[in-house]
Structure formats: C-alpha cells, structure tokens
Design a protein around this ligand. Structure first.
Ligand SMILES: *Cc1c(COP(=O)(O)O)cnc(C)c1O
Length: 434
C-alpha cells in the first residue's frame, strides 16, 4: 500500500511492524488513519460548489489510487482469459487472479483456498448457498432462521427457498435499540431449524451482532450458519475460523475494491457435498452429452469467465486494508460515530434510529415532519452525500414504524470537519423545511 507519514515521506514499502515502531501510541495511529484520506482521489471533488462530503460508505466505499491503478495495469498489460490459455498472458492473468484467492483466504483466515469461491458479491454468495445447500437440506416443515434486521439479500433468497420447499422462514425480533433478542433466538432454534442466516453488521442500523455466540448456539443443535459480512469487513478484522461460521459472504465494493466481485467462504465439507449452482465453462472437468464431471473446489462454483479485472482490483484493496491497523481504524471510526451521534442527536426534532450498544459507523436518523428524501436533497445541495430510503431493509423500517431514514455512514477517510458539515446541513434542512 502507499503509506505516507504526516511529514509526507513515502512509506510505500514499510511493513506494519515498521510503522508500529515509528508510531507506537494511539494518537499517532489515529493521525495515520486520517492521513490515508489522500489515497482516495474521488474525495477531492467539489459537488454543487462545495467540497464533497461523502457519507454513503455503507452503499459503496470509495477506492484508493492503488486499486484504480491495479485495474488499469491489468487491462493495459495482462488482460487475457484465465484457466485456459497456455500462452504468456493467460498464465500471467491466471497467476494474478489466483493470487487474489490466497489473499482472500488469509484476509478471512480460512483454512484453505478451496473454501474461497469468487462470486459477484454478497447477494450472489447468499443465493448460491440458498440454492445449492438450501435445496439439498431444507424440506417441507423445516425452518430457516434470519433476524429482523437483514438486508433484502439475506431475506429474499431464503423466502424463495421456503416457498419452493414448503419450509418456514422464522425471524428473530429486535428491540427498540436495534439489537437481536437472544432469548427469542434460542426459543426459535429447534430440531426443525435447518439453517441460520445472520447479518454481522447491519447496514441500516449499524448494530454489530454477537455472531460468534449465535453461531455457537446453532452449532449446539447441529445447525449451520451463514453470515452476511458485507458491512463487517470494512470496519473490523474478520476471522472465519475463529467465528466457526459455515458460510461467510462479502462484497469487494464495500471494502474499497471494485463492484461486481465478492467472495463466498464456505467450509470445505459443505462445499464438497454441495451441487453446482450454475453450469458452464470452467466449472467442469469433462463434458459429454451423457455426463459431465464437475471441477474441483472452488472452481465447481465458478461457471463462466469471471470478473478478472475486478478480482485484481479486489486483491489490491485487500493489500491496502491489510496494511492498515484495523484496531486503529475501529478506534478512529468509533470516535467519529460518537462525535456524530452526540452532535446530530442534540438537534431538536432529530431522532436516531439504531442505538445498539455495539455499533459500527452507521448513523440513521429521522427529523420530525420532514421526509427523508427531502433531507437527502437539501444535504446534496450542500455537497453532502447520504443515503435516504429503506436501505434495502424494509422490514427494519416497518419495525420502527417509519417509511425511511437518512443514513450517514462513515469510513476511516471521513473527518470530524465533515461531520460538522453534516450537522450544519441538518440545521439548514430544519430551517428550510421545519
Ligand atoms: C450491501 C449489502 C449487501 C448486498 O451486497 P451486494 O454487494 O449488493 O451484493 C448485503 N448485506 C449487507 C449488510 C449489505 O450492506
């Protein structure tokens, strides 16, 4: 990763250990997190005549220069199809792409490369599991458990599965702070439960769920667990071996990489036993009209030419994140969230939706008598990008009895000055519309 110290010296080749020697205390670590902002060229833009304040990171994150460069280099120097050519470029592209698989394996601390399946993103990863594992293990009368704060992509695939099999979808309720009710979860876990699918960090509320504990409870009853980790990996270290989850789904674009690529982690024993999700090239060993022999893991689940350029960019994003001190990132973001929460919630007429004790950098709010869409429009005129709407989590909105929220979501490149701009923006919204 490109790393620059406060005095501007290039630290491109420094390892994390070197950096820790240079800056042993937390203040400097936080400053270094702040210093990473200039790696993101898009953030230098002006929008509507104002300096851009990008607070829509839960929808998608911005990309550091090294991610952009890596993709350009791929298309300029390496572009070729993978896994088939014997020629120089194809081998080079294959090596680069497969190196990313190993990076993801280490990034998530998976036991083997065979457990890392490239997909288009979290949504496709969950659909793969619901279709392949689900159809083989879930029958009429069985139950699938999800929580009341899931993204639509961790609701609809299970709903479809249940409709087709005659199984039941069970939903763990959440409290007024936006936390899962653990007693209710334990009550729902029965011998009918065949699958549990949970969000690690909620994109609508920011809640960080105690997934390790919840996985343990499911495993006591022999039930496998899928974790939707789309919002977790940008904010914390994730260790799938430590969590002991059966499946873990992530999207590159939420973690500073390009769109159109993501990963399904699955325990080898499950992936091995699962039938393919899609058929086509690359997922086969041999094909005749009578019979097809499927390829080994993980290729069995990777039909067709993948998003090679996107994969290369994802690899650069992982390098970038690996070079950050995720403890310092989490501390910095916690500080930002606290500052924003204090300043936004003290504005008269504003209510924060999602007040869990364990929260990542999402601040959803509503203002008395003002529609979220209008909040977003006025903030946009100030150059501030927030998301407004239901955030692909309509049941969460129903739970809180609101149609929509405005959501500011932070990354480590955001600053307190940007939060000050948001606070002024919210005052302006109330002045104009309140
Ligand atoms: C973004 C998101 C998804 C869906 O990810 P895609 O990249 O759109 O497939 C799923 N779950 C959560 C919590 C998300 O934030």
């Amino acid at each position: 990763m490109q790393g620059y110290s406060k005095d501007g010296t290039d630290r491109t080749n420094m390892t994390k250990a070197d950096i820790d020697v240079v800056a042993p205390d937390i203040i400097e670590k936080l400053d270094r997190v702040k210093g990473c902002r200039h790696h993101f060229p898009l953030l230098r833009q002006r929008v509507n005549g104002k300096a851009l304040v990008y607070l829509d990171n839960a929808a998608t994150s911005q990309k550091p220069q090294i991610v952009i460069d890596s993709m350009m280099r791929y298309y300029q120097e390496e572009n070729s199809n993978i896994h088939r050519g014997v020629h120089y470029l194809s081998e080079r592209a294959t090596q680069a792409y497969e190196a990313v698989r190993s990076k993801v394996q280490h990034f998530l601390n998976a036991a083997s490369r065979r457990e890392i399946v490239f997909v288009r993103g979290t949504t496709e990863a969950i659909n793969l599991v619901a279709n392949s594992y689900g159809r083989n293990h879930v029958e009429k009368g069985d139950e699938v458990i999800i929580s009341g704060m899931e993204h639509h992509s961790n609701i609809v695939p299970w709903q479809i599965l249940c409709q087709e099999t005659g199984a039941k979808l069970r939903v763990i309720p959440i409290n007024d702070d936006g936390e899962i009710l653990m007693d209710e979860y334990e009550r729902l876990l029965t011998e009918r439960t065949k699958m549990v699918a949970l969000v690690h960090v909620s994109n609508a509320l920011g809640t960080i769920n105690s997934v390790k504990q919840m996985i343990g409870l499911a495993h006591e009853r022999g039930v496998p667990v899928l974790i939707d980790g789309a919002q977790a990996v940008p904010h914390m270290r994730v260790d799938v071996s430590d969590l002991d989850c059966d499946f873990y789904a992530i999207s590159s674009h939420k973690v500073f990489g390009p769109t159109g690529v993501g990963v399904l982690y699955g325990k080898e024993k499950h992936l091995e036993a699962m039938p393919p999700y899609q058929g086509g090239g690359d997922m086969i060993k041999s094909v005749t009209f009578e019979k097809t022999i499927y390829n080994d893991l993980p290729y069995k689940f990777e039909a067709g030419t993948p998003n090679i350029g996107g994969g290369i960019g994802f690899g650069a994003a992982i390098d970038y994140v690996n070079n950050m001190d995720m403890g310092a990132v989490a501390a910095y973001e916690r500080d930002l969230l606290e500052y924003a929460t204090e300043n936004i919630s003290s504005i008269k007429g504003v209510q924060i939706i999602g007040t869990a004790k364990e929260k990542a950098s999402v601040l959803s709010f509503v203002i008395d008598g003002i529609h979220a869409h209008d909040i977003g429009t006025i903030l946009d005129s100030e150059g501030i990008a927030v998301r407004t709407g239901h955030h692909c989590a309509q049941p969460v909105m129903q739970r809180f009895g609101i149609p929509a929220t405005a959501r500011a979501s932070f990354a480590f490149y955001n600053t307190k000055e940007e939060i000050d701009a948001l606070v002024s923006g919210v005052h302006k919204v109330i002045e104009v519309l309140g």
